[in-house]
Design a protein around this ligand. Structure first.
Ligand SMILES: [Zn+2]
Ligand SMILES: [Zn+2]
Length: 242
């Protein structure tokens, strides 16, 4: 299984360690044909990228494209779902300028309202100790992502199930219907073969992503490849496989 792209990389614009150029250079060294810069939306507490910086990233990418002809440099994001209705923290007019849109659930975010912050931040914290919350919170989280897919054109959902429980089957069914890929994240160890198998049964496609926060880790997809193979995926199941 040969992968040609890594769509999930972070830079100093959020809490990554490297620059856009360093991520591109690292991807090129690893033999990738495409690399995406996918910064966090502004609502991640302490690490979000402000909306003005997305403009700067876009300009930087335009410059780098002149310098690096051998690799496609893509302008993307990892937007946050900030309400149970599926609102994202990056406005549509900025999303439209991007080459692709990734969306992830993160618990450490400011919600659209106090109520949303409660549902996303507080309840997902409580669910770790109060087990009776699990069904309610899982249903809410899953529905928030489904609502986001209904409202926006989303290419990839990042790390489903990381820190926030979701119903994989229900999510994958909607993702398959919308043409949204689910990520197999190589940067966190929460992903299981079981998750991939359940999702695959719904006919969804997958994207393997490094979630690199350091340039050296861009294109580091071996953990995700191993899981994908164990789950029986082939290159036709994976949008960034050759
Ligand atoms: Zn993330
Ligand atoms: Zn990420």
């Amino acid at each position: 299984m040969k992968l040609f792209a890594d769509f999930h990389t972070h830079t100093k614009y959020s809490h990554g360690k490297g620059t856009v150029k360093e991520n591109v250079y690292s991807a090129l060294k690893k033999g990738l044909k495409a690399v995406g810069i996918s910064e966090h939306g502004p609502n991640n507490i302490g690490v979000g990228t402000n909306l003005k910086d997305f403009e700067r990233i876009k300009k930087e990418i335009e410059q780098l494209k002149k310098e690096f002809k051998e690799i496609d440099i893509l302008f993307g994001c990892e937007a946050n779902v900030i309400s149970l209705e599926g609102d994202l923290d990056i406005p549509e007019e900025i999303l439209e300028q991007m080459d692709y849109v990734m969306v992830g659930l993160h618990p450490q975010i400011w919600g659209k309202s106090i109520k949303d912050t409660y549902h996303i931040l507080i309840e997902n914290y409580l669910v770790k100790t109060i087990n009776t919350y699990l069904q309610k919170v899982m249903k809410q989280n899953t529905q928030a992502l489904i609502n986001a897919m209904e409202r926006y054109k989303i290419d990839i959902i990042t790390h489903p199930g990381l820190h926030m429980p979701i119903d994989t089957g229900i999510l994958a069914k909607k993702a398959a219907e919308k043409g949204t890929a689910l990520e197999i994240n190589a940067g966190h160890d929460h992903t299981t073969v079981e998750y991939i198998r359940i999702a695959k049964r719904q006919g969804v496609k997958f994207a393997l992503g490094s979630d690199a926060h350091e340039p050296e880790r861009v294109g580091e997809l071996s953990r995700a490849i191993k899981l994908a193979k164990e789950a029986g995926l082939t290159k036709t199941d994976i949008i960034n496989a050759l």
